[in-house]
Design a protein around this ligand. Structure first.
Ligand SMILES: CC(C)(COP(=O)(O)OP(=O)(O)OC[C@H]1O[C@@H](n2cnc3c(N)ncnc32)[C@H](O)[C@@H]1OP(=O)(O)O)[C@@H](O)C(=O)NCCC(=O)NCCS
Length: 138
Protein backbone atom coordinates (compact mmCIF):
# COMPACT_ATOMS: atom_id res chain seq x y z
CA UNK A 1 0.00 0.00 0.00
CA UNK A 2 2.96 2.35 0.53
CA UNK A 3 3.50 2.21 -3.25
CA UNK A 4 -0.18 2.89 -4.13
CA UNK A 5 0.31 6.39 -5.63
CA UNK A 6 3.27 5.24 -7.72
CA UNK A 7 1.44 2.10 -8.89
CA UNK A 8 -1.62 4.12 -9.98
CA UNK A 9 0.63 6.50 -11.95
CA UNK A 10 2.70 3.72 -13.57
CA UNK A 11 -0.43 1.74 -14.47
CA UNK A 12 -1.96 4.82 -16.15
CA UNK A 13 1.22 5.53 -18.09
CA UNK A 14 1.57 1.92 -19.31
CA UNK A 15 -2.06 0.91 -19.86
CA UNK A 16 -3.86 4.23 -20.57
CA UNK A 17 -7.61 3.64 -20.91
CA UNK A 18 -7.25 0.07 -19.65
CA UNK A 19 -5.59 1.17 -16.37
CA UNK A 20 -7.37 0.26 -13.14
CA UNK A 21 -9.00 2.89 -10.93
CA UNK A 22 -7.38 3.86 -7.64
CA UNK A 23 -10.19 2.03 -5.80
CA UNK A 24 -9.51 -1.16 -7.76
CA UNK A 25 -5.79 -0.95 -6.95
CA UNK A 26 -6.63 -0.41 -3.26
CA UNK A 27 -9.02 -3.39 -3.20
CA UNK A 28 -6.45 -5.57 -4.96
CA UNK A 29 -3.55 -4.65 -2.65
CA UNK A 30 -5.73 -5.32 0.42
CA UNK A 31 -7.08 -8.66 -0.89
CA UNK A 32 -5.63 -11.58 1.11
CA UNK A 33 -6.01 -13.85 -1.94
CA UNK A 34 -3.55 -11.77 -3.95
CA UNK A 35 0.20 -11.29 -3.91
CA UNK A 36 1.62 -8.08 -5.36
CA UNK A 37 5.32 -7.33 -5.79
CA UNK A 38 6.99 -3.97 -6.36
CA UNK A 39 10.36 -3.36 -8.01
CA UNK A 40 11.97 -0.27 -6.45
CA UNK A 41 15.23 1.37 -7.50
CA UNK A 42 16.67 4.28 -5.51
CA UNK A 43 13.29 4.70 -3.81
CA UNK A 44 11.39 4.92 -7.12
CA UNK A 45 8.86 2.31 -8.26
CA UNK A 46 9.97 0.91 -11.62
CA UNK A 47 7.76 -2.18 -11.81
CA UNK A 48 4.93 -4.05 -10.17
CA UNK A 49 2.74 -7.05 -10.72
CA UNK A 50 0.28 -9.34 -9.02
CA UNK A 51 -1.11 -12.87 -8.98
CA UNK A 52 -4.16 -14.63 -7.53
CA UNK A 53 -3.38 -17.04 -4.68
CA UNK A 54 -5.52 -20.06 -5.57
CA UNK A 55 -5.03 -23.55 -7.08
CA UNK A 56 -5.71 -22.04 -10.53
CA UNK A 57 -3.90 -18.72 -10.34
CA UNK A 58 -4.02 -15.75 -12.70
CA UNK A 59 -1.37 -13.18 -13.54
CA UNK A 60 -3.48 -10.08 -12.93
CA UNK A 61 -1.08 -7.43 -14.14
CA UNK A 62 2.61 -6.79 -14.71
CA UNK A 63 4.38 -3.63 -15.80
CA UNK A 64 7.86 -2.15 -15.99
CA UNK A 65 8.48 1.61 -16.35
CA UNK A 66 9.27 2.58 -19.96
CA UNK A 67 12.68 3.91 -18.87
CA UNK A 68 13.62 0.48 -17.46
CA UNK A 69 12.17 -1.90 -20.06
CA UNK A 70 14.30 -4.37 -22.03
CA UNK A 71 16.76 -4.89 -19.20
CA UNK A 72 15.41 -8.22 -17.97
CA UNK A 73 13.37 -6.73 -15.12
CA UNK A 74 10.04 -7.98 -16.51
CA UNK A 75 11.33 -11.55 -16.80
CA UNK A 76 12.71 -11.50 -13.23
CA UNK A 77 9.50 -9.97 -11.87
CA UNK A 78 7.46 -12.64 -13.69
CA UNK A 79 9.58 -15.43 -12.17
CA UNK A 80 9.12 -13.91 -8.69
CA UNK A 81 5.36 -13.70 -9.21
CA UNK A 82 5.25 -17.35 -10.32
CA UNK A 83 7.10 -18.23 -7.09
CA UNK A 84 4.47 -16.28 -5.12
CA UNK A 85 1.68 -18.20 -6.88
CA UNK A 86 3.39 -21.54 -6.15
CA UNK A 87 3.88 -20.58 -2.49
CA UNK A 88 0.15 -19.74 -2.43
CA UNK A 89 -0.73 -23.25 -3.58
CA UNK A 90 -1.14 -22.69 -7.33
CA UNK A 91 -0.88 -25.72 -9.62
CA UNK A 92 -1.39 -23.73 -12.82
CA UNK A 93 -1.60 -20.11 -13.81
CA UNK A 94 -3.51 -18.28 -16.54
CA UNK A 95 -3.05 -14.85 -18.06
CA UNK A 96 -4.64 -12.67 -20.70
CA UNK A 97 -2.45 -10.63 -23.04
CA UNK A 98 -3.38 -8.28 -25.89
CA UNK A 99 -3.44 -10.26 -29.13
CA UNK A 100 -1.33 -7.57 -30.84
CA UNK A 101 1.33 -7.45 -28.09
CA UNK A 102 3.96 -9.78 -29.52
CA UNK A 103 6.62 -8.59 -27.05
CA UNK A 104 4.65 -9.52 -23.95
CA UNK A 105 3.61 -12.85 -25.53
CA UNK A 106 7.32 -13.66 -26.15
CA UNK A 107 8.10 -12.87 -22.49
CA UNK A 108 5.38 -15.26 -21.37
CA UNK A 109 6.30 -17.99 -23.88
CA UNK A 110 9.91 -17.91 -22.67
CA UNK A 111 8.57 -18.39 -19.11
CA UNK A 112 6.69 -21.52 -20.24
CA UNK A 113 3.21 -20.15 -20.94
CA UNK A 114 1.32 -21.62 -23.91
CA UNK A 115 -1.57 -19.98 -25.79
CA UNK A 116 -4.84 -21.88 -25.25
CA UNK A 117 -7.63 -19.54 -26.44
CA UNK A 118 -8.60 -16.14 -27.78
CA UNK A 119 -11.19 -13.94 -26.07
CA UNK A 120 -12.68 -11.57 -28.70
CA UNK A 121 -13.18 -7.93 -27.59
CA UNK A 122 -11.74 -8.71 -24.14
CA UNK A 123 -10.39 -5.19 -23.56
CA UNK A 124 -13.50 -3.07 -23.15
CA UNK A 125 -11.91 0.36 -23.66
CA UNK A 126 -10.22 -0.57 -26.93
CA UNK A 127 -12.21 -3.58 -28.17
CA UNK A 128 -8.99 -5.57 -28.62
CA UNK A 129 -8.85 -9.36 -28.43
CA UNK A 130 -6.93 -11.19 -25.70
CA UNK A 131 -4.87 -14.34 -26.01
CA UNK A 132 -5.30 -16.60 -22.96
CA UNK A 133 -2.08 -18.38 -21.93
CA UNK A 134 -1.58 -21.20 -19.44
CA UNK A 135 1.43 -22.54 -17.54
CA UNK A 136 1.50 -25.66 -15.38
CA UNK A 137 3.40 -24.96 -12.15
CA UNK A 138 3.67 -28.27 -10.27
C1 LIG B 1 5.75 -6.49 -20.88
C2 LIG B 1 6.78 -5.84 -19.94
C3 LIG B 1 6.34 -6.06 -18.49
C4 LIG B 1 8.14 -6.49 -20.16
O1 LIG B 1 9.05 -5.89 -19.23
P1 LIG B 1 10.63 -5.77 -19.57
O2 LIG B 1 11.32 -5.43 -18.30
O3 LIG B 1 10.85 -4.89 -20.72
O4 LIG B 1 10.94 -7.30 -19.98
P2 LIG B 1 12.37 -7.94 -20.27
O5 LIG B 1 13.43 -6.87 -20.28
O6 LIG B 1 12.53 -9.05 -19.31
O7 LIG B 1 12.16 -8.53 -21.72
C5 LIG B 1 11.71 -7.68 -22.80
C6 LIG B 1 12.69 -7.71 -23.95
O8 LIG B 1 13.92 -7.11 -23.56
C7 LIG B 1 14.98 -8.01 -23.91
N1 LIG B 1 16.06 -7.82 -22.95
C8 LIG B 1 16.15 -8.33 -21.70
N2 LIG B 1 17.29 -7.95 -21.12
C9 LIG B 1 17.92 -7.15 -22.02
C10 LIG B 1 19.14 -6.45 -22.00
N3 LIG B 1 19.95 -6.49 -20.95
N4 LIG B 1 19.46 -5.70 -23.08
C11 LIG B 1 18.65 -5.66 -24.16
N5 LIG B 1 17.48 -6.32 -24.24
C12 LIG B 1 17.13 -7.07 -23.18
C13 LIG B 1 14.38 -9.36 -23.82
O9 LIG B 1 15.12 -10.30 -24.57
C14 LIG B 1 13.03 -9.10 -24.42
O10 LIG B 1 13.17 -9.07 -25.84
P3 LIG B 1 11.94 -9.28 -26.82
O11 LIG B 1 11.21 -7.97 -26.88
O12 LIG B 1 12.57 -9.64 -28.10
O13 LIG B 1 11.08 -10.38 -26.26
C15 LIG B 1 6.94 -4.33 -20.24
O14 LIG B 1 7.26 -4.17 -21.61
C16 LIG B 1 5.69 -3.51 -19.95
O15 LIG B 1 5.49 -3.08 -18.82
N6 LIG B 1 4.87 -3.28 -20.97
C17 LIG B 1 3.68 -2.42 -20.82
C18 LIG B 1 2.66 -3.10 -19.97
C19 LIG B 1 2.25 -4.44 -20.53
O16 LIG B 1 1.98 -4.56 -21.71
N7 LIG B 1 2.20 -5.45 -19.65
C20 LIG B 1 1.80 -6.79 -20.04
C21 LIG B 1 0.35 -6.86 -20.14
S1 LIG B 1 -0.21 -8.50 -20.52
Amino acid sequence: MADLDAIVALDLDLFGPEAWSRDTHTDELCNPFRSYLSVVEDGVLIGWGGVILAPVSDLLTIGVARSHQKQGIGARLLRALLDEAIAGGAREILLEVRADDAGAQRLYARAGFEPIAVRPNYYVATGQDAVVMLKTLQ
